[in-house]
Design a binder for this molecule. Sequence first.
Ligand code: DP6
Length: 311
Amino acid sequence: MTTAQAHPNIALVKYWGKQERSGNFPATPNLSITLAGLTTTTNISKAARDTFVLNGAPADDPKLWRWLKTLRGSFDIPPLEIHSSNDFPTSAGLASSASGFAALITAINALCELGLNEATCSQWARIGSASAARSIYGGFVALTGPLWLAVPIAKKDHWALEVVVAITSTDAKNVSSGEGMERSRLTSSFYSAWLRDAEADFTAASDAIGIKDFTALSAVAELSCLKMHSVMLTSQPTLSYWTPASITCMDRVRSLRSSGHNVFFTVDAGPQIKAVCLSASADAVASALGDVPGVIKIIRSHLGDGARVIE
Ligand code: DP6
């Protein structure tokens, strides 16, 4: 048996939309931070047939089976018993597929002695779920062309950011990211503007991280998030992932910022708000978001490490 762990990541410059070729390539460069405070633990062993148990219950995940079939096209991998568990809500906009595929390829690489380096693990994780490519690494991570392998751009201790996650619903989302982004590509008239701006946003965010310019990173990251949600909202049928509490949390973050705190928000394909802040503001942010009616839980996190085998 082999056990691996990986953390979800949150994108500061978002990925929303794929290239029109097989292999699950993002249409635009994107950039994330890996979160220590949320963890996926996956253990695998050789078995008589493939089985998947997610958070203690047998699960059927067509995306996982398709990915394993593709992997077996390149490597000799026996049937596997896979047990995966998340210490946070699954499929609710907290990037469980990112940590899930990152932990799984890391465990398979070890158990089956594939000898893959991190870059190749990142490539295989991307084929499963593009954001998973980023969870192979810790700290600040870019996923960009031409190779579309994740690349660590700064270590976690380069800049001691903290993330306050406000959980406003633990329901699984009803439209998956993959399905939603394809809908956006085909139907949102904002999609072309989204593609046009992405490279500049990516460069601005990378530069801001390099020189630890929080104001510049706040501006570009919040705007990237809001542009992505504008594309989602203008898709047909619309993709509306927020709850009333999500909107109140965004307003709270703006007023915290007006009162001098270093904080910005980002939101993925779900209703949870991730407030990224400097340590000096983390207590104030956690308490302000914890007071919002409809916020069920607050999770605080520092930046974390990449995927690794633990036993
Ligand atoms: C909104 O990586 O889950 O979280 O590649 O289809 O599995 P697939 O999509 P996925 O999409 C993540 C979308 C996002 C933004 C981001 O993480 O960059």
